[in-house]
Design a binder for this molecule. Structure first.
Ligand code: FUC
Length: 811
């Protein structure tokens, strides 16, 4: 044996192993940081596959791209190697315009419809409702409203970066880091290591794309911005500009938009020519993109933003700021929200499995607790990215839509969807992200006055199951879903939720008029049931379920659906609480107290289930996706497992029956079930529902699927996970009320509880180990665990560790 040869062989082997060890260390260093939850992939989303034009059909490659956003500007990054596509959104890219949709035929026919319903003539009542109560005009255009006044939330277009290459590549990695809201792409091509880093900054109102290579002069590309329609791209000085105006739905145009792109290069050249920005032989390049529209959320004009100047100023400012500084400001602003909450269910922090592979494993029934952590934080990430103070609320798709015709117009649905978008806002410590919803309500309060008057001869304001950027408040064009009367009451419950969590009296005083005028509407709207004398709502529907009526017809229109009764009860309770908090004691308050006592209550049927309608009708779709008659259990809290056990049991029966009959079949519906079962303290079924979302209702980029894509499933799931760990709707703070037996050890830090508390909980072997309460405002706090309580008298800005301090539950 040649020893020299074998020694050198040994040294080589050692060197290789050492290098491998080093790179493994680096790899694990990269992925081991527990808090750095990432969506990551070993392959790009393909930028060259064209989107299909059918608004209702998802584009599979788009559902692999990664979302960024600052509440106003959204981006979906494909990370394709030879041609990058960054699909763009701006929150106010709405076609359509304000219109008068109120139907003067409505009020004169109202009494007759009520009479017919009381007489059991459902078929006639339904016909008359459709003839007289729906909006005039085209309404939502049956969810295809891009070219009608209702309008549609649309794509802003696409930024293309064409590297004009087609050689092979290796070592590809693409990730969205939830910790700093940055998308990173890296790969090796023709012997050069390339990197891209992309983020959308809130403080600087700009999207930044940084392109680097480890060899000088290797970055060359041609960039342009396009849109499927209504756009003009040109260059002026050091900018590429795309601009246009969207259809007003009446034959003209309304909303105007503009987007600007500019580059800063290190070495090489940059030219702005025709419709392109051209870079040649640069060492590195940073692209800056700003975009805006002339939209303002202000009834009745909705116009007036100086969007041309704003985008120009932001662009120039960003170009003059060092990249590192832009990134630092972006991270600081984002992390102040994101980092408030930490959830840990796994002991093994090493993330070696790409997100799409994890999803496939879950479909093959492999449990994956890291995915639960990821989905939980992703919901929080998506809310921060689509709903910042001062922006429009998150719509059906957050702010991400890649088409001209977005499903259901990407609108604000108020019969569960937009509310679900905000269920996580308070509980997961993102109260500021809730604020856009109140701004929208502020304009709806004005827009909905005429609908209240014309349709119902009532005071106050009303809205129905859909609204848009232009203050649409009339019933939808089909009475079967469009006559949902509970939307306004349900929406306004969010005002008190924000107050219960923050105890912010200034906020409550400011928003009180919205609550008050909504309450006034319902006081005018309710009428006594001729049989019982109790107050009921109607004609209305229980979203969007139908029943077999006594006259043999298939009906949805009815009097006193449980859902309306429950949301109105909750509104009245909120009004009473708000008045007390603000020291108001007037005639109206006395009227509300009396009306609340007089409201017809939800009944329990002969089969033990909570009744969806006033009478025991047979439902035609027993597995229906909506569970509106269980509003009182969640998100309301009239029903509680401890305080109203009989009703809680009836709610459980209703839920079980829905599921037995195929319920929870859309993403948002399964997400709602997580919340419902959590409120029942049923960890097993809550987890089953969570697994339903994970295995059936998320795409490769973890966007929730109806299908098509709808973001409420993401928000509702995060809210549901929070409900499993902490609840505070009933006056006490319930710790681990629905902890899954599979989540053996873990902790959650930073969840919020009503009363101005922030709570950290540790558990071991399924049992509470430690709890920390931080009291923001002081006051009494009752902690509950396994039905036993500890009472604390807290001081403002003080933390408490009752278990460490020797307290025990029940002692
Ligand atoms: C409600 C639901 C539908 C859909 C739509 C956006 O009307 O019934 O399933 O989610 O909103």
């Amino acid at each position: 044996m040649n020893t020299k040869k074998s020694t050198s062989h040994f040294i080589k082997l050692f060197a290789i192993s050492f290098l491998l060890f080093l790179s493994a260390c680096q790899e694990s260093e990269k992925k081991e940081d527990y808090n750095s939850l990432k969506l990551w992939y070993k392959q790009p989303a393909l930028a060259t596959v064209a989107d299909n034009h059918n608004g209702w059909k998802d584009d599979p490659e788009w559902l692999k791209s990664l979302p960024l956003g600052n509440g106003a500007l959204g981006a979906m990054v494909y990370g394709d190697v030879n041609k990058e596509r960054i699909q763009l959104n701006e929150e106010s890219m709405w076609s359509g315009s304000s219109s008068d949709d109120d139907n003067p035929k409505a009020y004169p026919a109202q009494a007759k419809i009520r009479k017919l319903l009381f007489e059991g003539k459902y078929k006639e009542a339904t016909l008359l409702t459709q003839q007289t109560q729906v909006c005039i005009g085209k309404g939502s255009g049956h969810g295809n409203g891009a070219e009608v006044p209702f309008g549609c939330f649309q794509t802003m277009g696409d930024l293309w970066i064409d590297f004009n290459k087609n050689s092979n590549y290796e070592s590809y990695n693409r990730e969205l880091d939830l910790d700093d809201a940055v998308v990173r792409v890296s790969y090796k091509q023709d012997g050069v290591n390339y990197k891209r880093e992309i983020f959308v900054s809130e403080p600087d109102q700009v999207m930044v794309v940084k392109l680097t290579a480890d060899t000088p002069g290797k970055i060359s590309f041609k960039s342009t911005i396009t849109r499927p329609e209504r756009f003009k791209t040109s260059t002026k000085d050091d900018q590429l500009i795309m601009q246009g105006a969207l259809s007003d739905g009446k034959g003209g145009t309304n909303l105007e938009y503009l987007t600007r792109l500019s580059a800063v290069n290190k070495n090489g050249t940059v030219k702005y020519e025709g419709k392109n920005l051209i870079v040649e032989n640069a060492d590195e390049v940073t692209l800056y993109l700003t975009a805006s529209t002339n939209y303002v959320l202000e009834f009745p004009t909705y116009k007036g933003r100086d969007y041309k100047n704003i985008t120009a100023t932001n662009l120039q400012k960003a170009k003059k700021t060092a990249y590192k500084e832009l990134l630092r400001r972006h991270k600081e602003e984002y992390q102040q929200y994101y980092k408030r909450v930490d959830l840990k269910l796994t002991s093994n922090a090493l993330d070696t499995i790409p997100t799409d592979v994890r999803l496939k494993n879950i479909k093959a029934k492999k449990e994956d607790l890291r995915m639960v952590e990821l989905l939980f934080q992703y919901g929080r990430y998506l809310l921060i990215s689509s709903s910042r103070p001062g922006t429009l609320p998150a719509n059906l798709q957050g702010i991400w839509a890649n088409k001209i015709q977005t499903p259901w117009n990407g609108d604000f649905h108020t019969d569960v969807n937009v509310q679900m978008n905000y269920w996580l806002a308070e509980s997961t410590n993102l109260g500021e992200m809730h604020l856009p919803l109140f701004d929208l309500m502020g304009t709806l309060k004005e827009a909905g006055k005429s609908t209240a008057k014309v349709h119902y001869n009532a005071s106050g304001w009303v809205l129905h199951p859909i609204t848009n950027a232009w203050g649409f408040t009339a019933p939808g064009e089909e009475s079967s879903w469009g006559m949902h009367l509970g939307g306004g009451a349900w929406l306004t419950t969010h005002i008190m939720e924000h107050y219960y969590y923050t105890l912010d009296k200034k906020f409550l005083k400011e928003k009180f008029p919205i609550l008050k005028t909504s309450t006034q509407f319902y006081l005018d709207w309710l009428i006594p049931d001729p049989k019982t004398g109790k107050l009921i709502s109607g004609p209305s529907v229980s979203p969007e379920n139908s029943f077999l009526a006594p006259d043999g017809s298939n009906s949805k229109i009815c009097m006193g659906p449980s859902h309306d009764q429950q949301v109105i009860w909750q509104l009245f309770k909120n009004y009473i609480d708000a008045s007390n908090a603000l020291g108001i004691n007037d005639e109206l308050l006395q009227k509300v107290i009396k009306a609340q006592q007089n409201l017809a209550q939800t009944k329990i049927g002969s089969d033990g289930r909570l009744m969806e309608w006033r009478e025991e009708f047979k439902e035609l779709e027993p597995g229906h996706r909506h569970i509106s008659h269980l509003f009182a259990l969640h998100p309301g809290y009239q029903i509680d497992i401890v305080k109203t056990p009989k009703y809680a049991e009836a709610a459980r029966k209703s839920l079980d029956y829905r599921i037995k009959n195929g319920g929870g079949h859309t993403g948002w519906s399964a997400a709602w079930l997580i919340n419902q079962y959590a409120r029942l303290g049923d960890a097993e079924n809550a987890e089953k529902s969570l697994n339903m979302v994970l295995s059936k209702s998320v795409s490769p980029n973890l966007f929730g699927l109806h299908p098509p894509f709808q973001m409420d499933a993401n928000f509702g799931t995060s809210a549901g996970i929070a409900e499993m760990l902490l609840q505070s709707q009933s006056g006490e703070i319930r710790l681990l009320p629905a902890l899954s037996k599979n989540w053996k050890n873990g902790y959650v830090k930073g969840l919020s509880a009503r009363g101005g508390f922030v709570v950290d909980i540790d558990w071991k072997a399924g049992k509470l180990e430690n709890v920390r309460i931080f009291s923001k405002k002081g006051g009494s706090c009752i902690l509950e665990y396994n039905g036993k309580q500890i009472a604390l008298n807290t001081k403002a800005n003080t933390e408490y560790f009752p278990l460490k301090d020797g307290r025990n539950f029940g002692v």
